[in-house]
Design a protein around this ligand. Structure first.
Ligand code: FAS
Ligand code: PHB
Length: 390
C-alpha cells in the first residue's frame, strides 16, 4: 500500500490534519492502536481558542461546535473569598474562547472523515515508523494477524505523549525538557448545572479548584489532589465537600451536586521536545509537548502544530517548495514555549505547592494582587488565555 502522508494517531491532532489534507486532495491514512470507542471515551479538554475554531471550520467540521459550543467572554479568578473577573473580550479587543468538549470535537472530526471516505485503521497494533531519515519512509502495523506496510512521503506523529513516534527518534537527535508538578487534578463530569455561567479558577489554602462545564446542564469540575491520590479514595460526596470548601461562599452555596459519570486523575507536567521534525517524520501535538491543563493550552497547541504542518505540506505538494516544512519545527516550537510558559505561570499562581516557603507564598499572593489591580497584567493574562496568534 502507498499513500502520501501516514498519520499515526486518531486524536484531535491526527484527525484535524487528516481532514485538512483530504480536503486538499493529499492522500493520507490514519492509524491508531485504540478503538474508536476508546478514543471517544477519553474526557479531556474543554476550551477552544479562536484559532482552533477557525481550523475546525476550515476542516468543514464546525457546524455542531457552533451550534452547541458556548462562547465565553471572560472567566473569574477566586481567592480570599472573592471573585475577580478577567474580561477577555474587553482586554483583547473582542476575542473570546469557545467551551466545547474535546470528545465532541473528536467525534465531529471522525464523522467528517467517515463522510469523506478517507481511511482510518483503528486497533492497529505495533505501529512502527521506518526510514524517516531517508526519502522513502514507510510504516508497518499488525492487524488481523498480518503485518502490513504502507509506503509514504511523510509521517505525522500525532500519537500523543506515550506514542511510538517520538520514541522512534534516536536519542542523540532529540532534546527534551520536563518539569513535573507535585500534584494532579482530580476531575469529574456530572449532569448538573454549572455553578457559574463562566469558568471559575480558585486558589484556596486547601488547594486549586476549577469550575468548568460542557453545557448549561453538564458540569466539569476539578480539584488539585496529591500525586499519590487514588480514585477509589474519592467518592462523590468527598469530592463535592472538598470542592465547596475551596470556593468562595457565594459559589459554594450554589454548587448543585449529583452523581459523577466520569472521574479521573491527571498528573501535571510540562514537557517539550526539540526539534519537532526529523526529516520525513513530524511530531504534532502531545507527541511533542505537554502542558498542565491550567491554561487550557494542550488541545489548542495541537491545533497550531497542525496549522503549521498543513501549510508546509500544501506548499510541498502544490508549490513544490519545502520552505514551510523546513520552517515547521522553529515556527511550532516558538509558539509552544510561549504556551508552556503561560501554563507554568498560571499553574504556579493558582496551586498550593506542598513544600512552598513563606516567601514563595507571599510572591503568589502578590502576583494575584498585581493581576487583579493592573490593566496591563490582566491584558497579558487575557491575550495568552485566548491564544497567541498563529
Ligand atoms: P492524543 O493523546 O489526544 O491522541 C493520540 C492518539 O494516538 C490516541 O488516540 C492514541 O490511541 C494514539 N496512539 C498512541 N500511541 C500509539 C501507537 N503507538 N500507535 C498508534 N496509535 C497510538 N488540554 C486542554 O487544553 N485542556 C484540558 O483540560 C486538558 N485535560 C487533559 C486531561 C488528560 C487526562 C490528558 C491526558 C490531557 C489533557 N489535555 C487537556 C491535553 C489533551 O487535550 C491533549 O492536548 C490532546 O489530547 C492532544 O491531542 P493529540 O495530540 O491528538 O494527542
Ligand atoms: C475543562 O473544561 O476541561 C477545562 C477548562 C479549562 C481548563 C482546563 C480544563 O483550564
Amino acid at each position: 500500500m502507498r499513500t502520501q502522508v501516514v498519520i499515526i494517531g486518531s486524536g484531535p491532532s491526527g484527525l484535524l490534519l487528516g481532514q485538512l489534507l483530504t480536503q486538499a486532495g493529499i492522500d493520507n491514512v490514519i492509524l491508531d492502536r485504540a478503538s474508536k470507542d476508546h478514543i471517544l471515551g477519553r474526557v479531556r479538554a474543554g476550551v477552544l481558542e479562536e484559532g482552533t475554531v477557525r481550523l475546525m471550520d476550515e476542516a468543514q467540521s464546525g457546524s455542531r461546535m457552533h451550534a452547541e459550543g458556548l462562547p465565553h467572554d471572560g472567566f473569574s479568578l477566586a481567592f480570599d473569598g472573592r471573585d475577580h473577573r478577567i474580561d477577555l473580550f474587553g482586554l483583547t479587543d473582542g476575542k473570546r474562547v469557545l467551551i466545547y468538549g474535546q470528545t465532541e470535537l473528536t467525534r465531529d472530526l471522525m464523522d467528517r472523515r467517515e463522510a469523506t471516505g478517507a481511511s482510518t485503521l483503528y486497533e492497529a497494533a505495533n505501529v512502527t515508523p521506518h526510514d524517516f531519515d531517508g526519502d522513502a519512509p514507510y510504516v508497518t502495523y499488525e492487524k488481523g494477524g498480518t503485518t502490513h506496510r504502507i509506503a509514504c512521503d511523510f509521517i505525522a506523529g500525532c500519537d500523543g505523549s506515550h506514542g511510538v513516534s517520538r520514541k522512534s527518534v534516536p536519542e542523540k537527535s532529540i532534546r527534551t525538557f520536563e518539569k513535573v508538578y507535585p500534584f494532579g487534578w482530580l476531575g469529574i463530569l456530572a449532569d448538573v448545572p454549572p455553578v457559574s455561567p463562566e469558568l471559575v479558577y480558585a486558589n484556596h489554602p486547601r488547594g486549586f479548584a476549577l469550575c468548568s462545564m460542557r453545557s448549561m446542564s453538564r458540569s466539569r469540575y476539578y480539584i488539585q489532589c496529591s500525586r499519590d491520590d487514588k480514585l477509589e479514595e474519592w467518592d462523590d460526596q468527598r469530592f463535592w465537600d472538598e470542592l465547596r470548601r475551596r470556593l468562595p461562599a457565594h459559589h459554594a452555596e450554589r454548587v448543585v451536586t449529583g452523581p459523577s459519570f466520569e472521574k479521573s486523575i491527571a498528573p501535571l507536567r510540562s514537557f517539550v521536545t526539540e526539534p519537532m521534525r526529523f526529516h520525513r517524520l513530524f511530531l504534532v501535538g502531545d507527541a511533542a509537548h505537554i502542558v498542565p491543563p491550567t491554561g487550557a493550552k494542550g488541545l489548542n497547541l495541537a491545533a497550531s502544530d497542525v496549522h503549521y504542518l498543513y501549510e508546509g505540506l500544501i506548499e510541498h505538494y502544490e508549490d513544490r517548495s519545502n520552505a514551510g516544512l523546513d520552517a515547521y519545527s522553529v515556527r511550532a516550537i516558538s509558539r509552544v514555549w510561549k504556551a508552556v510558559r503561560f501554563s507554568w505561570w498560571m499553574t504556579t499562581m493558582m496551586h498550593r505547592f506542598p513544600d512552598t516557603s513563606d516567601f514563595d507564598q507571599k510572591i503568589q499572593e502578590a502576583e494575584l494582587d498585581y493581576l487583579t489591580h493592573s490593566q496591563a497584567a490582566a491584558m497579558a493574562l487575557a491575550e495568552n488565555y485566548v491564544g497567541l496568534p498563529f
